[in-house]
Design a protein around this ligand. Sequence first.
Ligand SMILES: NC(=O)C1=CN([C@@H]2O[C@H](COP(=O)(O)OP(=O)(O)OC[C@H]3O[C@@H](n4cnc5c(N)ncnc54)[C@H](O)[C@@H]3O)[C@@H](O)[C@H]2O)C=CC1
Ligand SMILES: O=C(O)C(=O)COP(=O)(O)O
Length: 596
Amino acid sequence: MAALASSIILSAPSSLKKSTLSSLSWRLPLNVSLPRHQRRRASPVFVVVSMDAKPTILVAEKLGEAGIDLLKGFANVDCSYNLSPEELCTKISLCDALIVRSGTKVSREVFESSAGRLKVVGRAGVGIDNVDLAAATEHGCLVVNAPTANTVAAAEHGIALLTAMARNVAQADASIKAGKWQRNKYVGVSLVGKTLAVMGFGKVGTEVARRAKGLGMHIIAHDPYAPADRAHAIGVDLVSFDEAISTADFISLHMPLTPSTSKILNDENFAKMKKGVRIVNVARGGVIDEDALVRALDAGIVAQAALDVFTVEPPPQDSKLVHHENVTVTPHLGASTMEAQEGVAIEIAEAVVGALRGELAATAVNAPMVPAEVLVELKPYVTLAEKLGRLAVQLVAGGSGVKLVKVTYASARAPDDLDTRLLRAMVTKGLIEPISSVFVNLVNADFTAKQRGIRISEERVILDGSPEKPLEIIQVQIANVESKFASAISESGEIKVEGRVKDGVPHLTKVGAFEVDVSLEGNLILCRQVDQPGMIGSVGSILGEENVNVSFMSVGRISPRKQAVMAIGVDEKPSKEGLRRIGEIPAVEEFVFLAL
Ligand SMILES: NC(=O)C1=CN([C@@H]2O[C@H](COP(=O)(O)OP(=O)(O)OC[C@H]3O[C@@H](n4cnc5c(N)ncnc54)[C@H](O)[C@@H]3O)[C@@H](O)[C@H]2O)C=CC1
Ligand SMILES: O=C(O)C(=O)COP(=O)(O)O
């Protein structure tokens, strides 16, 4: 019995007090930023890169010194600017992370060329339209951005373009330098009392609105996703797209470039605008159909445009738009202030280093952003979720494909108060990794499951009582499969494992219909036997002879002297011979060894 060092627990039944059953509703990943103090404290539960060797970070565009210094404290940093797409693809297979601004296309080829090594792409700025997010996700590569540090710079540039355009500053400057003095030609228009339509009332749009109010303008905004009360709070009315573009004297664009905003200002919409409207774009060139804008300028519908961004950057030398006399242009300078570049560099360096260290990024673009506080609370449940997934899939008999998985969360918390995306991803990781060579993480979990034809449904059981803990029980069921350990099949025919967290440690509490209680550390032996005296001793002494340390043991039985399931946590794997001897104990009906 020397090997039975740890406690032996005969578990009490743990019944789910089911008061309400609700199916889970997913909350979309919100692209909101957390305050800096929160962003830095994610827990290392999600290791992305092996820390055996120093990681390599490729910085492909100019980044502020403070950010480079931060990166150098942690990784080998390769600053290689102006790489051709081919050079980038060649270099990337030697890099764990890549940092870019808007000038580098991070295409599918880049992810494919990385052959799985690239684990983080950091976008030192807001817009991620130059990164193929679908390809990143499919390759399990986390994409993080720096969403806040250049907001004010972009807004200030928007205001600079607005005022410069209204008073012909750039044209007058060029004229005087060409030796002319054209006071009558460059009579401008006033801003005070004019209506400005802010298209996209996010971070930059809001700051532009605030500043334009200070110039005495009347501000309206269009943003299908912005809350009206946030707009009202600063005296801005949210209106429909058509109302915004048809009533505005000035239109300032601040939405992201997405399939639904691409060329949103086109011939049809220019025709709806007030004759003589003036347009500012510091968002993305692609939100305007540039040929249509030239036509609208020539027709006098658009009196002037001020553009910082272009569909193709740099725009072609002979671009009609750039050379149009009523157009003011800057070469994508919105984020280019000393202050913003310093801020963005630090913001992205922190995010990339954090992600490489395995922390969950608060500015993740293609994965759920889990605030540090939530993460600390969920951490043991994250481990539990992965281990239950691992256990469940190892109980499946060879040949039966895993297709239908149900994860049930029993919690006293309201459904809105528990974000389970992380748990679901970890169950998926646990399910897939033991049976494949695929690397599964929070980024690609859903994609990988879908690709393998595994449907994971979720159910919420709302428990009575006080919701101090985020969760009481996680249950994983696999339907329509045979099990190599028949006792793992529940009354309703699925493989079923259930666990809970006790004193911060994940425990297995149910296998099939049997209540057990074993901490999920090391490896596990599940053994069904006829409930009779001496069983624990027989198995324990074989393990003792094998020098296998037992960390935890529990027996769950249906009723005395009938069948029982013994769950034994072991630090080492017993030899084949040891396992054979356990199987040969006369009362043992079936047993299985599971690596956790
Ligand atoms: N020129 C430059 O150097 C810079 C450009 N930017 C660009 O400015 C834009 C805004 O940046 P942030 O305000 O930081 O982003 P944000 O995400 O805070 O705001 C974007 C807003 O656009 C809204 N939106 C989405 N689809 C829309 C649609 N169809 N119509 C109207 N609104 C829509 C969203 O609901 C969101 O409120 C981005 O395109 C970004 O890339 C940002 C910083 C510097
Ligand atoms: O942050 C953004 O979206 C920007 O457009 C800034 O681009 P940049 O980093 O200056 O190339």
